[in-house]
Design a protein around this ligand. Structure first.
Ligand SMILES: *Cc1c(COP(=O)(O)O)cnc(C)c1O
Length: 393
């Protein structure tokens, strides 16, 4: 690519940034694919097994979800026509929120348009410049954006190091903040490992903080009936779930108290000033929530395969992080090495994206392998064989 720096103008910073990224093997580009079924895609005319999507249960292509989505569209139209506070709250939004609260064992639930939007807008509604936010060093970018927007003071504790968190809490309680909020993920999106939810709740209570947990990658595949690692637990002020991952479609929700829900409906701009989720999406979420509790077999198969793949790759000498979720990071190191391996796999019929800085720390570029319950044993064995052959080069 050739980003033109010759014309000296006020867009130079853009060309410079892109050139820099290209030089560092960091340039992000959009590649279009055509989805074929739950685990295969067509890219540049070639069929590839997809090991990169977050469609853990293959629900994005499930006939029941598609049908519900079509039915809701027939009945309610393609759009919800306004924000929730104007004419965008239909009975289907209300019923879905009630269902979500009930199945997660919480007082109430509130739909939001995306997980990114939820994190970015709810956090600044809860804390301000007199508050302190304590977050895990590896939290998702949407959480960081929410913290920045809030103007709160913030500190990160070492990844999943709750002793470090407690040291920060001990200091913080003496410093006169109006509020302290702890925010982290239950399953880390780039690591695949889990936080210790019970200990977080305990610390939050001991030090009288707010607790905000992002359950995006646990929802659908972990916890009782697949309802995530925060369901049925008290002491969490807000847990976030998303529908774009195991639920197969789009959107997000939080479970919380009635009090906080009422507050957000009044004071959270990213809830107030946006068009409500469309009926087609509500339909697919509703069908998913009817189905997910009964998918214990699929969840069991999925986690068995996670174990299998991890052990195999470790034995081949790959540096596999100790994940307990379908996210299996294979750390390669340098950007270009990770990209090379990803290209090799693609040439041989497998799609796994390389994740590079700044999404992950420097020199930890990785393949983020993601398993789905729809991957057959032969898909998985084929992947392992390729990685074995590659390693032997
Ligand atoms: C994917 C993800 C989000 C964003 O959710 P979207 O609905 O895709 O915007 C937020 N937090 C975490 C941890 C995620 O993995």
């Amino acid at each position: 690519m050739n980003y033109d720096l010759n014309h000296c103008n006020n867009l130079d910073f853009i060309a410079k940034e892109l050139q820099e990224r290209e030089k560092n093997n960091n340039l992000r580009q959009l590649n279009s694919i055509h989805p074929q079924d739950a685990v295969t895609i067509i890219k540049n005319g070639k069929t590839l097994i997809n090991f990169s999507s977050n469609d853990y249960l293959g629900l994005s292509k499930h006939p029941d979800l598609i049908l519900a989505s079509q039915n809701y569209t027939q009945q309610y139209g393609v759009g919800s026509t306004a924000s929730r506070l104007v004419t965008g709250t239909y009975d289907i939004h209300r019923k879905l929120e009630e269902k979500l609260a009930k199945i997660c064992g919480k007082e109430s639930a509130l739909l939001l348009n995306t997980g990114f939007q939820a994190n970015m807008t709810i956090l600044p509604s809860l804390v301000d410049q007199k508050s302190l936010v304590l977050c895990d060093r590896l939290v998702h970018n949407s959480i960081l954006q929410g913290i920045f927007l809030s103007n709160a003071r913030w500190k990160r504790y070492q990844h999943n190091d709750l002793r470090h968190l407690e040291r920060l809490l001990k200091k913080a309680v003496l410093q006169g903040y109006n509020r302290i909020l702890i925010v982290t993920e239950t399953v880390f999106s780039m690591e695949g490992d889990c936080s210790d939810v019970d200990s977080l709740i305990q610390l939050s209570q001991q030090y009288n903080t707010l607790l905000y947990l992002d359950d995006a990658h646990a929802l659908g595949i972990m916890g009782e009936k697949g309802m995530g690692l925060t369901a049925h637990k008290s002491g969490i002020d807000i847990s976030l779930g998303t529908f774009g991952k195991a639920f197969g479609s789009f959107g997000a929700f939080i479970t919380t108290s009635k009090l906080i829900r009422d507050y957000l409906i009044n004071c959270c701009p990213g809830f107030i000033y946006t068009t409500a989720l469309p009926p087609s999406v509500i339909g697919s979420i509703d069908a998913a929530i009817e189905m997910i509790p009964s998918l214990d077999q699929e969840r069991k198969y999925l986690l068995e395969q996670v174990n299998y793949v991890q052990n195999k790759l470790k034995n081949l000498g790959y540096q596999v992080l100790g994940s307990t979720s379908p996210i299996i990071p294979v750390v390669i190191g340098k950007e270009e090495k990770a990209v090379k391996l990803s290209n090799f796999l693609e040439e041989n019929g497998i799609f796994v994206t390389a994740i590079r800085p700044p999404t992950v720390p420097k020199n930890t570029s990785r393949l983020r392998l993601v398993l789905s319950s729809k991957h057959q044993q032969e898909h998985i064995n084929y992947l392992i064989n390729l990685l074995q052959n590659y390693h032997e080069h």
